[in-house]
Design a protein around this ligand. Structure first.
Ligand code: NAD
Ligand code: ZN
Length: 261
């Protein structure tokens, strides 16, 4: 009879099977995009009409747009922030939170999303490279503060008292994403890079797969459609994140270990 494996040993044997035994996987880097939140009811960046909630991306996601039409941009993000109260994490967010809780090796979940669904599902080893709806950035003192309410009405900054300087703490086109150094380090050290629900159209995130591969990682894509960068991945699985992510996490954690002996 085969010895009874501990959960973590089971996970490791499942991993060895996944990558064909080329390299044991201990360090996982997961990149998520708007597609992982689609089944929770949040619109992706470029819907079928090429618009995000009825707007052209250049109208709302650039520093120039904020300077030109602050009311439009602030109202847009106030609505996105308010919408978070009406949605809940889906099976894909829960599965990644489970991976975070149970994966014995290193893990980092880098999300391009500005919603809070990963953390509400319970994920901890994660970062928001494009900022967060529930954070405000002060243009006067440079501080970042947790924010639940609206910004269009020009509230005072709780840190410096400056009035009207608060903007959404969102990385607009042309601005530097957060924590790039930490991400670059994680890309260089990852044994497995997994991209979930992202179109591969927004840089620098779109280039992560090539960096991870260059450093020797296995690469896997989980997306509803083949993305612009699908050919860069060792493997692409096509389907909804709510199905594919729990399945993949289950495999990583040894749910489907078959008795080899
Ligand atoms: P994107 O809209 O460009 O691409 C989304 C991808 O997800 C597409 O390839 C689509 O085929 C796929 N997808 C759609 N439904 C899916 C599902 N159910 N399961 C799996 N995949 C699915 O989004 P992006 O690549 O993340 O880049 C856009 C930028 O938009 C990001 O920087 C992000 O900050 C911002 N954004 C965030 C949110 C959010 O926080 N929820 C929503 C919209 C846009
Ligand atoms: Zn301030």
């Amino acid at each position: 009879m085969a010895p009874i494996l501990q959960r973590h040993d089971m996970a490791m044997s499942a991993i060895a099977a996944y990558d064909g035994g080329m390299r044991d996987i201990e360090t996982i880097l997961v990149l998520t995009g708007a597609g992982i939140s689609a089944e929770s009811g949040l619109a992706t960046f470029r819907g079928p009409d090429g618009l995000w909630e009825g707007h052209r991306v250049e109208e709302i996601c650039t520093p120039q747009a904020l300077a030109r039409n602050p009311a439009l941009v602030q109202n847009f993000y106030d609505m996105r922030r308010a919408a978070l109260a009406r949605v809940v994490p889906n099976a894909a967010h829960h599965a990644l939170a489970r991976l975070d809780a149970e994966w014995p090796g290193e893990l980092l979940i880098v999300t391009q999303n500005v919603d809070d669904l990963h953390e509400r599902a319970g994920a901890r080893r994660m970062l928001h490279m494009h900022g967060e709806l529930k954070s405000a950035l002060c243009r006067e003192c440079g501080g970042r503060v947790r924010w639940e309410g609206t910004l269009a009405d020009g509230p005072a900054c709780p840190l410096c008292g400056g009035k009207g300087g608060l903007r959404p703490d969102i990385v607009f086109f042309g601005e530097m994403p957060y924590q790039m150094e930490r991400i670059e380090e994680a890309l260089a050290g990852a044994d497995l890079f997994v991209s979930i629900g992202t179109s591969g159209a927004v840089y620098p995130a779109a280039g992560f797969v090539q960096t991870a591969r260059y450093h020797g990682a296995q690469t896997l894509e989980l997306n509803l459609d083949p993305s612009a960068g699908s050919h860069f991945f060792h493997e692409s699985r096509v389907g909804p994140a709510g199905l594919l992510v729990p399945e993949w996490v289950g495999d990583m954690l040894g749910d489907r270990v078959t008795d080899a002996g």
